[in-house]
Design a protein around this ligand. Structure first.
Ligand code: GMT
Length: 379
C-alpha cells in the first residue's frame, strides 16, 4: 500500500510511535510517505520505501500566526495526488485530523476520489489540549469525520468517549516496542562513567511538562539516596527543568543527578539502568515505560491512565496513586535492597514488554488499513 503518515517529528511519544510504525511498514514492503514540518527524530534509516515530505510554512508580515494547518493540508493534497496514496494515517488529532479532513475534501473535489483518513489518538490531544473550548468543536468534528479512529489504550478510548460526543467506534491498538532494539547488554565503560562505585542507576525520561510531575522524581530519588548510594539520569528537557534542578539542589542530591538532555540512543541509557521513575499525573499509555521494560528496567509509576494496562503491580513493576511519593519511594528502596527480587522483576518486566512487541502490533494496523484497500493496491 501507499501510506501517508502525518505526525509531530519531535521526541514526543506520538511522533516516536508514528515513525517506528512507518519504518516497520516500509520493512514490510509498503511505500510510506512521512508528511511533517521536520525530519522525524527517529527517522534515522535509509529505506527505498520511505519518503519524506517537508511541510513548509511561508511567512508574510501580515501573519502573526503562520497558517500551518493550511500548509499541511496543501502538502497532504500534493502528496496524495502525486504519489497516488491509498490512505492517510494521522497521529495526534490536533491539527492533523482537521487538516486531513480538509485535504480529503479537496482531493474529492479535484478527482472524485475518497481518500480514507485514519486518526490515532495519543493522549494530550484528548486529555489536555483537545478538551479546551478553543479547539473542542474542530477536534470533535474531525475525529467523527475520520474513516477509522484508533486509541493507544482502553483508558484513552474511554476518556475520549467521556470528553467528546464521538459517534463512531474507537478501536484500541496499543503502542508497541521493538524489543530487539532495547534488549541490549549494558556498555560497562558507560556504566562506570555514571556510577564509578557500582551505585544503582535510576532514570526518568520525559518532556519535563507539569503533567510528568518531575518534582516527584527528585523527591523519590532523594528518599532512595538517604538509604543507599545511587545515581539518577534525567533524560529530556522542557519547561519544568529549571525548577527541577532547583529542587535537587534544595534536597541536596544534585551531585548524584545528571541532566543529559534529549537523547536519541535511549537504549544505551536504559541498558545501564535499574529503575525507571514515571510519577505522571496522566499517561494515556506510557511508551517510555514500555521501552524501559523492554530494556529489563523495572518501572515505578503512578496508576494513572493506561499505565495499569502495561504494568502488572508487584510483578513487572510498582504503581501508586498520583502524588504518593512515600509509596513510590518505599517501592524503590525495597526492590533496590533485594538483588534477587530485582533481577526477577527485571526479567518479568522484559517478558511483559515482549507481549507488546512490534511483530504483534504492525499486523493490527495492516488489518485496519486493508479494510480501505482498493482492488489494484500494491504491497
Ligand atoms: O507524553 C507526552 O506528553 C507526549 C505525548 C505525545 O503525544 O507525544 O505522549 C502521549 O502519547 C504517547 C504515545 O502514544 C503515550 O505513550 C503517552 O502516554 C502520551 N502522553 C500523555 O498521555 C501525557
Amino acid at each position: 500500500m501507499r501510506i501517508g503518515i502525518v505526525c509531530y517529528p519531535t521526541f514526543g511519544g506520538s511522533g516516536v510511535l508514528a515513525t517506528e510504525l512507518g519504518k516497520a511498514l516500509a520493512d514490510e514492503g509498503h511505500q510510506v510517505h512521512f508528511i511533517t514540518y521536520q525530519q522525524p527524530v527517529r527517522l534515522n534509516v535509509f529505506n527505498t520505501n520511505i519518503f519524506y515530505h517537508e511541510v513548509r510554512v511561508p511567512t508574510y508580515p501580515l501573519f502573526d500566526y503562520p497558517p500551518y494547518e493550511i500548509a499541511l493540508a496543501s502538502t497532504m493534497v500534493d502528496v496524495i495526488m502525486n504519489y497516488d496514496l491509498d490512505l492517510l494515517h494521522v497521529h495526534y488529532a490536533i491539527p492533523h485530523a482537521s487538516a486531513a479532513y480538509m485535504a480529503k475534501q479537496i482531493v474529492k473535489s479535484k478527482n472524485g476520489r475518497n481518500i480514507p483518513v485514519i486518526t490515532t489518538l495519543h493522549g494530550t490531544d484528548i486529555t489536555l489540549v483537545g478538551k479546551d473550548k478553543t479547539y473542542e468543536p474542530v477536534v470533535t468534528f474531525s475525529i467523527n469525520e475520520s474513516d477509522a479512529i484508533t486509541a493507544v489504550s482502553e483508558n484513552l478510548k474511554q476518556v475520549t468517549y467521556k470528553s467528546f460526543p464521538i459517534t463512531k467506534e474507537i478501536e484500541v491498538i496499543p503502542n508497541f516496542v521493538d524489543v530487539s532494539r532495547f534488549n541490549k547488554k549494558p556498555f560497562d565503560a558507560f556504566k562506570k562513567v555514571i556510577a564509578h562505585e557500582g551505585e544503582k542507576i535510576l532514570v526518568h525520561a520525559s518532556n519535563f511538562r507539569k503533567i510528568k510531575r518531575v518534582d516527584d522524581v527528585i523527591k523519590i530519588f532523594a528518599a532512595v539516596r538517604k538509604q543507599m548510594p545511587a545515581k539518577l539520569l534525567m533524560v529530556g528537557d522542557g519547561p519544568e527543568r529549571p525548577a527541577t534542578e532547583e529542587l535537587a539542589r534544595e534536597l541536596n542530591v544534585i551531585d548524584d543527578i545528571r541532566f543529559v538532555g534529549k537523547q536519541e540512543q535511549m537504549e544505551e541509557i536504559l541498558a545501564v539502568s535499574d529503575l525507571f521513575l514515571l510519577p505522571s499525573e496522566y499517561e494515556s499509555f506510557g511508551l517510555a515505560a514500555l521501552e524501559a521494560m523492554a530494556a529489563r528496567v523495572v518501572v515505578i509509576s503512578t496508576n494513572a491512565g493506561g499505565l495499569p494496562e502495561i504494568i502488572i503491580h508487584g510483578e513487572t513493576g510498582f504503581m501508586a496513586n498520583v502524588g504518593d511519593v512515600d509509596a513510590m519511594s518505599e517501592f524503590a528502596i525495597s526492590i533496590l535492597k533485594n538483588e534477587s527480587h530485582l533481577e526477577q522483576m527485571k526479567q518479568a518486566a522484559f517478558e511483559r514488554a515482549c507481549t507488546f512487541d512490534i511483530q504483534y502490533i504492525i499486523p493490527q494496523y495492516e488489518k485496519l488499513y486493508s479494510r480501505f484497500c482498493r482492488m489494484e493496491i500494491i504491497k
